[in-house]
Write a protein that binds this ligand. Structure first.
Ligand SMILES: NC(=O)c1ccc[n+]([C@@H]2O[C@H](COP(=O)([O-])OP(=O)(O)OC[C@H]3O[C@@H](n4cnc5c(N)ncnc54)[C@H](O)[C@@H]3O)[C@@H](O)[C@H]2O)c1
Length: 255
């Protein structure tokens, strides 16, 4: 090991980077030497400028469900930084609902962000990176592997991301683009999304403890623990890893 920053010289776009796992990933990427662009709906209007906290972070308004928004943001990244090496598709939403009662409109909204958003992210990443290579990381979930009775849309969306990832990986491999594409599958992570879901239950304190107890290692994850795995996938250390689903769940799906 030389001790050189693991992402030195790389330009990364992290969707959902204003909060939770995306935010932790953006900060970790910057700490490892990358130039990072956060693309998020929640970016304040005056934040299309450099983040004052850290020179390596820039924020741009991106709606992952909107193709014109993707085109604008990727063009802006290339204009400012000359290239794109890494895209993390982290933007996502969860709506609780079951097969019998969930509104179709809500089901479609989850799929629009979690599936169409990742599809567009992969499309714009491939178009931008096919000459020079790169890494795409799609944040799925253990919900892309195992089901939950009241998460019908979320489960469907995360399962779709799992196989969409493999399709993109194989396409890029076949074309010799030098682009890798992998999915990450966390279980409960202590983020604003997780807190909102827990707060919506009848007894939030009980729910939080029950969810932690369901994880074999006895706790939920911190966003930085997921970010560390994403740093590996973004870096050249994982150059032979593509089409893979990396589970990071404290043993939940090992049972
Ligand atoms: N927190 C968990 O327990 C957990 C577990 C497994 C997987 N995940 C997945 O990790 C990813 C990040 O989740 P999180 O917990 O950090 O959530 P979060 O709610 O804290 O952050 C999600 C971010 O996505 C952004 N976003 C939502 N819709 C968008 C859109 N249309 N365009 C652009 N940005 C949009 C939000 O503004 C927000 O900043 C999601 O894909 C989620 O499904 C989360």
């Amino acid at each position: 090991m030389t001790g050189a920053p693991r992402l030195a010289g790389k330009v990364a776009l992290v969707t959902g980077g204003a909060s939770g796992i995306g935010r932790a990933t953006a900060l970790r990427f910057a700490a490892h030497g990358a130039q990072v662009v956060i693309g998020d709906l929640a970016v304040a209007e005056n934040a299309s400028e450099r983040d004052a906290e850290q020179d390596a972070l820039t924020s741009l308004v991106l709606d992952v469900t909107n193709e014109a928004s993707w085109a604008r943001v990727v063009e802006e990244v290339e204009r400012r930084f000359g290239k794109l090496d890494v895209v993390v598709n982290g933007a996502g939403i969860v709506v609780v609902g079951d097969v019998e009662t969930m509104e179709l409109e809500a089901f479609r909204r989850v799929l629009a962000v979690n599936v169409e958003g990742v599809f567009l992210g992969c499309r714009y990443a491939v178009r931008a990176m096919k000459e020079s290579g790169g890494s795409i990381v799609n944040i799925s979930s253990v919900s892309g592997i195992i089901g939950t009775p009241n998460l019908v849309a979320y489960d469907a969306s995360k399962g779709a991301v799992r196989l969409l990832t493999k399709s993109v990986a194989l396409y890029c491999a076949k074309r010799r683009y030098g682009i890798r594409c992998n999915s990450v599958h966390p279980t409960f992570v202590d983020t604003p999304m997780f807190k909102r879901v827990v707060a919506g239950t009848r007894d939030p304190e009980w729910t939080k403890n029950a969810l932690a107890a369901a994880v074999p290692i006895g706790r939920v994850a911190q966003p930085e623990e997921i970010a560390d795995l994403i740093v590996y996938l973004a870096s050249d250390e994982s150059k032979f890893v593509t089409g893979s689903e990396l589970v990071i769940d404290g043993g939940l799906t090992a049972q």
